[in-house]
Structures are given as C-alpha cells and as structure tokens.
Design a binder for this molecule. Structure first.
Ligand SMILES: Cc1cc2nc3c(=O)[nH]c(=O)nc-3n(C[C@H](O)[C@H](O)[C@H](O)COP(=O)(O)OP(=O)(O)OC[C@H]3O[C@@H](n4cnc5c(N)ncnc54)[C@H](O)[C@@H]3O)c2cc1C
Length: 452
C-alpha cells in the first residue's frame, strides 16, 4: 500500500528536519518553500535552513541546556545537527558553523532525497490533508492571515517583547519579599509576586545605567514598523523619557510595603512566576533592547538580584507565533485537527535548535499518526519534552516564546545544591529518559545523510 503524502510548508530549520524524518520513514513529502520567488525581510539566499543571524547553535557541552538539546536531537538522527557537526568551526565551547556549508549540506540532503519533492511556491492557505506548518518567525503575510483566521483573532502575534527571566533560587530574600499589590494574592504562593525594593539613590543610579546602556541595533524593517514600539516600550526607552517615568510605570511601588521597614519603598522591580513548577521568574515590564552582557551587568544592580542567574535575557524583535498553550497539544498537533501539526519558532520555541526540535517531533509524530500509531508526548525530563510541555502549558495570557533552559526541567529529587553537579545530573537523567522512551516506542534514529 502506498503511504500518504505529507505537505510541509517552510524549508527552514524545522521544516527541513520534519521533511527528513518523514522521508526516511518512507513517506512522500511535498516541501513548499517560497524563496527565492518571494523572500522574507531577513533571509538572504534561496537555501534551506538558512541561519538568518548568528552562526552559532549554542553550547556544545551536554551540561548546558542548549548542548543537551543538541545531543537529544543527535541521538534521534537529526539532519540539522548532522549538518552542524559536519560544518563546525573552531568556537571554544560553542557549536558555530560555516553558514554557507551548513545550509548547502541541508539543501543537498533534502533536494537529493527521493521521497522529497521541493515546490518553490508560497502557500497562502492552510493545506488540506496531512500537513506541517513550519513557516517561522517571518511567515508570509497571506498565510499568517489564514492562520489568524484558523486560530482566532487573539491567538496569533507578530512581535516578541521578552523580559529577562531568572531562576528563583538565585533571588536573594531578603531584601526581596513576596507580596502582590494591595495583597491581591491567589492564596497559593504566600505572595504571587517577588518584589525587589530600591531607595531613591539606588533608583537614580539604576535609571542612569539604563540610559547609558549599549543597545542592540534594530533592523530596518523593525525600525520602519511603528507598531513595534507602540505596543510595548522597552525599559531603557522609558528611562530616557523622564527621570521618574519608571517609578510611575513598571517600577511603581503602590500597594506594596517592605516588611523590613514597614514602609513603601521608593521604587520596586516586580518578578512574576514564569513556569508551572515555580522555578523561574520574569522581570515584569522589563522588555528591552539592551545588549545581553550589559543587561546582566545592569539588572544585577537591582537589590536582591546581585547574583541572579539569567535563563533568558530581554529582547524585542519581529516574530510571528501562535498561542500554543491554547492551540496545540504537546504532540504538536493542532487542538482540533489530528493531521495538522505546527513546528519551529512559530510555536514559541525560540532559536535555531529549539526550532529544529519541533521539526523532529512533528515529523516523528506525523509518521506515527499515518501508520496508525498514537502520536507521542516526550518525557518532561528531556530538554525537548520540557520545552514542548512549556509552550503547550504556559499561562496563555502571558505567553511568550521560550529558549531551552534547565529551569524548565522538573527539579531533581533529592535536590542538588551545586550548580555544575546539578546540570550534570539533569543531563544524565534527560539522556536516560530519552533512550528509555525511544526503546519503549520503537523509535529509531533517522538514517543520516552520511549513511546514504
Ligand atoms: C531577525 C532575526 C534574527 C534571529 N537571530 C537568531 C539567532 O541569532 N540565533 C537563533 O538561534 N535564532 C535567531 N532567530 C530566530 C530564528 O529565526 C529561528 O531560530 C529559526 O530560524 C526558526 O526556524 P524555523 O524553521 O521555525 O523558521 P525559518 O528558519 O525562518 O524557516 C521558515 C521558512 O518558511 C518559509 N516561508 C515562510 N512563509 C512561507 C509560505 N507562506 N509559504 C512557503 N514558505 C514560507 C521561509 O522562507 C523560511 O525559509 C532570529 C530570527 C529573526 C527574525
């Protein structure tokens, strides 16, 4: 019996990976890519899996979240990781790649695969029949409109305005304390927000540091689009608007009392829980375009955050993504259509490797679905499973894209205090869980290009 054909839209990191996984499992893939006929604001070539900015895929070591994510993908037979390993450059602890060689490798593997038919056309409607949508952060406007109709008006977004996230255990309490404004707490946490107080002198020094901070240059298409800024002002822009703008804005201290003094502080930075496990907190209203090393330096001036461990730094950029907690299952299937999957950055998994991971799971699960098997949820102890769990279970109202990080993993039992040791144990547990999951469900790593 001939196997069904799968439509994949977008030959970026996620779409190429999904195509490879399905084609190697014997399915015919129609892979649609609109470049070069129509291009995005960031892509420069007509190649597949083009890296639009940095040429680094993050840390190599499995004791780092990004390294672990890559190792999991490597064990599953990822084409993207194979291409990265084959085009690696000397870059210390990071896996940086020769950008051209990397995309050439993927383009060649995909174009030469006998089960993959590449169609260079823009897709402007949601495909009928088995389909994976992997059109990325710069999804073409026509398709984005169709996705918006499918998702509902409020569930497709065009911009990221990410505030930094820190681990709970790196926040010093006191001086920080738990309390919601006017004590309007859910009653579950002993205070839903963590507050970092500042006196006037600390506040003025902090505002000065924000004003002098080095910023990331916005791209032309982001500068041209006024909505980008109107929606959500970066914290450093607020600081420039007036000495007290922050003290009357996101740092207003109203409804709060510092338990050490019994008084309202001059200003407050509020932190809000960011994951269900309660191990991560974001700095409320602190979306920013400040350069990453500068962010660490400046945000560590906040009392109580002197030793903060940042799992994500703030950023603002153009990014099309759906509200995955409402719209997707952790198998990456659409909530009310079994044979429609979404993968890549459009589901809120930030970055090259996170996007690749989505392509991997969507490919594996589509193959299972079409073979009469249940699509799978990955174990939450794996970095991939933790990331997919996060994007499909985060608080829908606050949902923002997320990079792989150890704060998403379930805590170790018993807890391990030393960070290096803890990260090593997370990695050991994740890889053991992945191997067990693969064995239990008969998941074989896809054939690599070098095997062909
Ligand atoms: C300006 C910018 C800078 C970034 N910098 C970094 C960085 O330094 N490091 C990092 O890890 N991540 C970065 N990212 C995020 C990065 O884009 C993603 O990590 C990754 O490329 C997403 O992979 P993807 O497969 O989801 O999407 P993409 O790799 O973007 O692939 C999507 C593909 O779909 C195609 N497409 C879109 N619409 C259609 C359509 N209607 N029909 C047919 N084809 C279509 C596009 O042409 C594209 O080839 C950046 C993103 C942007 C926008």
């Amino acid at each position: 019996m001939t196997k069904p054909t799968v439509t994949i839209v977008g030959a970026g990191l996620a779409g190429s990976e999904a195509a490879w996984q399905l084609a190697n499992r014997g399915f015919t893939v129609h892979l649609y890519e609109m470049r070069p006929k129509k291009t995005t604001e960031a892509h420069q070539t007509d190649k597949f899996a083009e890296l639009v900015c940095s040429n680094s895929l993050g840390a190599r070591s499995v004791d780092r979240a990004m390294g672990l994510l890559k190792e999991e993908l490597r064990r599953l037979g990822s084409l993207i990781i194979e291409a990265a390993d084959a085009s690696a450059l000397p870059a210390g602890g990071a896996l940086a790649v020769g950008r051209e060689e990397f995309s050439d490798y993927v383009t060649q593997a995909i174009s030469q695969h006998r089960n993959i038919h590449v169609i260079r056309e823009e897709v402007t409607d949601i495909p009928q029949g088995p389909a994976i949508i992997a059109t990325g952060p710069l999804t073409s406007p026509a398709l984005a409109e169709r996705i918006r109709e499918l998702a509902g008006q409020d569930y497709l977004y065009f911009y990221d305005a990410l505030a930094p996230i820190v681990t709970l255990e790196s926040i010093k309490m006191p001086p920080c304390w738990r309390q919601s404004r006017y004590d309007r707490d859910s009653g579950e946490t002993g205070g839903d927000y963590i507050n970092c107080p500042m006196n006037e002198e600390e506040y003025r020094a902090f505002v000065q540091a924000l004003r002098e901070a080095e910023r990331i240059e916005l791209r032309q298409f982001e500068r041209d689009d006024e909505r980008f800024f109107e929606a959500c002002l970066p914290v450093e822009v607020l600081a420039m608007r007036g000495e007290d703008a922050l003290a009357f804005g996101p740092m207003r201290p109203v409804g709060l009392r510092d338990p050490r003094t019994g008084k309202r502080p001059f200003a407050v930075v509020q932190l809000r829980q960011d994951n269900l496990a309660g191990t991560l907190y974001n700095l409320v209203g602190f979306q920013t375009n400040i350069r990453w090393p500068e962010q660490k330096r400046i945000f560590r001036l906040i009392p109580g955050l002197e030793e903060a461990e940042f799992v994500r730094l703030g950023q603002m950029h153009r990014n099309t993504f759906i509200n995955a907690p409402v719209l997707l299952r952790p198998t990456l299937q659409w909530h009310d259509r079994d044979d429609l999957f979404f993968a890549g950055q459009i589901i809120g998994t930030e970055g090259y490797v996170g996007s690749t991971a989505g392509g991997m799971l969507a490919g594996v699960n589509m193959a299972r679905l079409l073979s009469g098997q249940e699509p799978l949820v990955m174990p939450r102890e794996t970095m991939m499973g933790a990331l997919f769990w996060y994007v499909t279970h985060a608080e829908p109202k606050e949902f923002q894209p997320m990079k792989a990080n150890f704060g998403l993993l379930p805590p170790l039992q018993p807890r391990v205090r030393r960070k290096r040791e803890r990260y090593r144990k997370y990695a050991e547990r994740a890889l053991a869980a992945l191997e067990e999951w693969m064995a239990k469900h008969g998941i074989q790593p896809a054939q690599l290009m070098t095997d062909h």
